[in-house]
Design a protein around this ligand. Structure first.
Ligand code: SF4
Ligand code: FES
Length: 581
């Protein structure tokens, strides 16, 4: 393979790659603003310039200055075999300092009030490649703040005119809402009058902007970024399986960001995924278990509601479980395992799969198998395929309509209904069919199903649990729990395991004494006094559930074996000396 040397590090490259692409592949840092892997290359920021030498065939392949010894943009210059590149030579370093000084001339230096502070390339490069002091004494050019669209604000005087945002709207979304207007130091990013930046992927320009010029209205002044922890996760709202970061602090989610995965979502997520998680902290969340007493639903301790649920299910002649396509494969397995333990002919059904419009491919006109293609899925459930796979392996998955029919005809006399949809919508025919049977509802939001339930155990959204989703391309991806469960909610897998523990414990119980099962609230919590503490179910572990289903069912080995684990984050080593206090 052809090789070049960048700052003393030997880097391999493929034909057609540029120097910066070879550097990025080998993990060698070259500062850059305007270059982005997904976009065209204008080479306009000039910070990536390097000094290069190439073997001269006319002088026994001795190294000679390449291209006349001029500094070359590494983002635009193709790599050639034997090339020697230095971004740390005095000439290259002088250029970096000059570029940084130029970019900061009219910059307001308002880092203390800028949302980007802490994750700003201008700030980082200023520290690493800039001068320590400013020589500029004249008045700075003031630029306005602009509302560009439903999600994006522009602080124009922080812009460094890298044009990444403009190229994104031209080359990826094909909507071309953004443009550069003006000349020289009056240049500004803008939109056409009456044409806001409003497309399905619009907020990706916020991530593309290397400085604090394009800001997220939803995150504006909400949190300093250094307080945020990030957990790698998967889109829990659509069938795309987009890789995301969930950024949170003290149990509260503040924003979602795309996590690059070239096989799945490239560098992007839709605005629908980015902002669709608000139900997680909604006031309509079900946060407390409930059970029916004299016809009315009352709030209850988890233990009592779980006891009621277990007793109601045990009394039934035929159990039906409606497993939502919003749940993980592990949740589906735990619910089906519980139902089959009580009634080995239990009816297993998959919940309604919401669909909106048709799949859309970006850039416009690209085929779905194009390596640049980003697909917005019409299917608005993250795991319909995974849930179907699990239920089919454990005794067959009937359709939603068949399930409702069996409820209505009285074939099923006890139902476990799961929801976990991001809205309070609930199918009317399901609510009507739940008129008579015993109904354990495990859901996240206060929907019309609540009034039809006999017993309610609040479920956890995908951010509050670990598990596996299978996306529209049948890619199985695991994710970790990002935040603790909201209120007294638990994952459906945990609830199913708790109920199973109660039922199995009761089966072994030979005393007539009335006892409560004690189920651990959260790891580390001290149990409150109970009449009798029974062995608890233990914390539901998604990895163990995957392993178990792979061992028990041949058809589910793929979930245990082919699942892709989230890649960890590359953490930069701090250059500060740590002192022990
Ligand atoms: S707004 Fe940001 S992304 Fe757009 S040109 Fe300016 S610096 Fe670049
Ligand atoms: S990254 Fe090369 S000129 Fe901007």
């Amino acid at each position: 393979m052809a090789k070049l040397t960048i700052n003393g590090v030997e880097c391999e490259f493929d034909k057609g790659q540029t120097i910066i692409q070879a550097a990025l592949r080998a993990g060698v840092e070259i500062p850059h603003y305007c270059y982005h892997d997904s976009l065209s290359i204008p080479a306009n920021c000039r910070i990536c310039l390097a000094e290069c030498w190439a073997p001269d065939p006319r002088a026994d392949a001795k190294l000679a200055p390449y291209m006349g010894g001029k500094l070359l943009p590494t983002c635009q210059t193709h790599a050639v075999d034997g090339l020697v590149v230095r971004t740390d030579s005095p000439k290259a370093v002088a250029n970096q300092k000059a570029v940084m000084e130029y970019l900061l001339i009219n910059h307001p230096l308002d880092c203390p009030v800028c949302d980007q502070a802490g994750e700003c390339d201008l700030q980082d490069y200023s520290y690493r490649f800039g001068r320590g002091v400013s020589r500029f004494e004249e008045s700075k050019v003031k630029q306005p703040k602009k509302d560009l669209g439903p999600h994006v604000l522009l602080y124009a005087d922080r812009c460094i005119m890298c044009t990444r945002c403009v190229r994104f709207t031209r080359e990826v979304t094909g909507t071309s809402e953004l443009l550069v207007q003006g000349r020289g130091n009056q240049e500004q990013i803008d939109v056409f009058p009456g044409v806001p930046l409003d497309n399905e992927l619009s907020a990706n320009v916020i991530d593309l902007c290397p400085v604090g010029a394009l800001l997220d209205k939803d995150f504006l002044f909400a949190q300093r970024v250094w307080f945020l922890k990030r957990t790698p996760s998967i889109d829990g709202l659509t069938a795309s399986g987009d890789n995301i970061w969930i950024e949170h602090n003290e149990g509260r989610v503040y924003r979602l960001k795309p996590r690059t995965n070239l096989e799945v979502n490239k560098w992007w997520i839709t605005d629908e995924v980015r902002y669709g998680w608000k139900h997680v902290h909604s006031r309509q969340r079900l946060t407390s278990p409930m059970r029916r007493r004299h016809g009315a639903l009352i709030e209850s301790e988890y233990v009592r509601a779980a006891e009621d649920a277990a007793a109601g299910l045990e009394k039934a002649k035929r159990i039906g479980v409606l497993v939502s396509p919003m749940l993980t494969c592990e949740d589906a397995y735990a619910l089906a395992r519980l139902a089959k333990r009580i009634d080995d002919k239990a009816v297993l059904a998959i919940g309604p799969v919401p669909v909106s419009g048709e799949d859309k491919v970006f850039p416009k006109g690209a085929k779905a198998d194009d390596p640049r293609a980003f697909i917005v899925r019409a299917e608005k459930a993250p795991n319909a395929r995974g849930v179907k796979r699990v239920l089919a392996a454990m005794g067959g998955a009937v359709t939603f309509d068949e399930f409702v029919g069996a409820l209505g005809s009285g074939t099923i006399d006890a139902a476990i209904i799961t929801g976990n949809y991001p809205s309070t919508w609930a199918p009317r025919k399901l609510i009507d069919a739940l008129d008579k049977p015993f109904c354990l509802l495990i859901d996240t939001l206060d929907t019309g199903l609540v009034n039809a339930a006999t017993c309610i155990l609040p479920g956890a959204t995908w951010m509050e649990k670990a598990g596996t989703f299978e996306n529209a391309n049948s890619v199985l991806q695991a994710f970790e729990q990002a935040i603790p469960c909201v209120g007294a909610s638990r994952s459906e897998g945990q609830i199913a395991s708790d109920l199973l523990a109660i039922i199995e414990d009761r089966a072994e119980d030979t005393t007539d004494e009335h006892v409560f099962a004690y189920i651990d609230e959260q790891p580390g919590m001290v149990p409150e006094a109970a009449e009798l503490v029974r062995p608890r179910a233990g914390l539901f572990n998604a990895a163990d559930a995957r392993r178990e289903m792979g061992e028990r069912f041949e058809a589910l080995r793929t979930i245990a074996g082919d699942v892709r684990m989230p890649a960890g984050e590359d953490v930069a080593e701090p250059d500060m000396v740590m002192v022990e206090l």
